[in-house]
Design a protein around this ligand. Structure first.
Ligand code: PRP
Length: 179
C-alpha cells in the first residue's frame, strides 16, 4: 500500500483541529436549534462521526446514499439516490456533510432535490473543496480545506472502495488509477 500513496496531503492532526474548529462554528451558528445532520455515504462517515461528537447542540443524525460516479474518476453528472433519508426534513434546518466537493454535480443535484421538501434551511459542510474541478454553481457554506486538483483518498475517501480507512487524506499515486 505504501507505494500506492504519493504523499499525505492533510494529516490526521490537521483534520482533528479543523473538525473541532468547524464544530465550534456550528455550535455558535445553530445555538438553540436542533438541526438534522445528513451524512452523505459513504465518504463522509468518519468526518460526520468525528464532527457530531464535537457538537454541543442537539442534532438528529440521518444518512443518505447517492452517487454520481461509476468505478472511475470522472463524475457522470447523473445523481442516483441509493438510500433516502429516514426523517421528514420539512421545516427543519439541514446540514449536509460531504467529504469532498469536486465537480459539484452531487451536491448541486442533491441540494435541489432536498429543497423541494421545504426544509427551514440547507447548508453544506465539506471537509475538502476542489474548486479547480467545479462545473456546477455550488459551494460549501463551511469548508475545512481547499485542495489542488489531485486524486485524494483516505479519511473516508476511496478509489474503487479502497483506502477509505487511512487516517490522513493522501494523494493516490497515478500508477494506481492509470493502470
Ligand atoms: C464522492 C464524494 C462526493 C462526490 C463528490 O462520492 O463523496 O459525494 O463524489 O464529487 P462531485 O462533486 O464531482 O459530484 P462517491 O459518489 O464517490 O461515493 P462514496 O462517497 O460512496 O465514495
Amino acid at each position: 500500500m505504501i507505494n500506492e500513496i504519493e504523499k499525505v496531503l492533510v494529516s490526521e492532526d490537521e483534520i482533528k483541529v479543523a473538525v473541532k474548529n468547524l464544530a465550534n462554528q456550528l455550535n455558535i451558528d445553530y445555538a438553540g436549534e436542533k438541526p438534522i445532520v445528513v451524512c452523505i455515504l459513504k465518504g463522509s462517515i468518519f468526518f460526520t462521526a468525528d464532527l457530531v461528537r464535537e457538537l454541543n447542540i442537539p442534532v438528529t443524525i440521518d444518512f443518505m446514499s447517492v452517487s454520481s460516479y461509476g468505478s472511475g474518476t470522472i463524475s457522470s453528472g447523473e445523481l442516483k439516490v441509493k438510500k433516502d433519508l429516514s426523517f421528514d426534513i420539512t421545516g427543519r434546518h439541514v446540514i449536509l456533510i460531504e467529504d469532498i466537493i469536486d465537480s459539484g454535480n452531487t451536491l448541486y443535484k442533491l441540494k435541489n432535490l432536498l429543497l423541494e421538501r421545504n426544509p427551514a434551511s440547507i447548508k453544506i459542510a465539506a471537509l475538502l473543496n476542489k474548486p479547480d474541478r467545479r462545473v456546477t454553481p455550488i459551494n460549501a457554506d463551511y469548508c475545512c480545506f481547499t485542495i489542488p486538483d489531485e486524486f485524494v483518498v483516505g479519511y473516508g475517501l476511496d478509489y474503487d472502495e479502497r483506502y477509505r480507512t487511512l487516517k490522513d487524506v493522501c494523494v493516490l499515486s497515478r500508477s494506481v488509477y492509470e493502470k
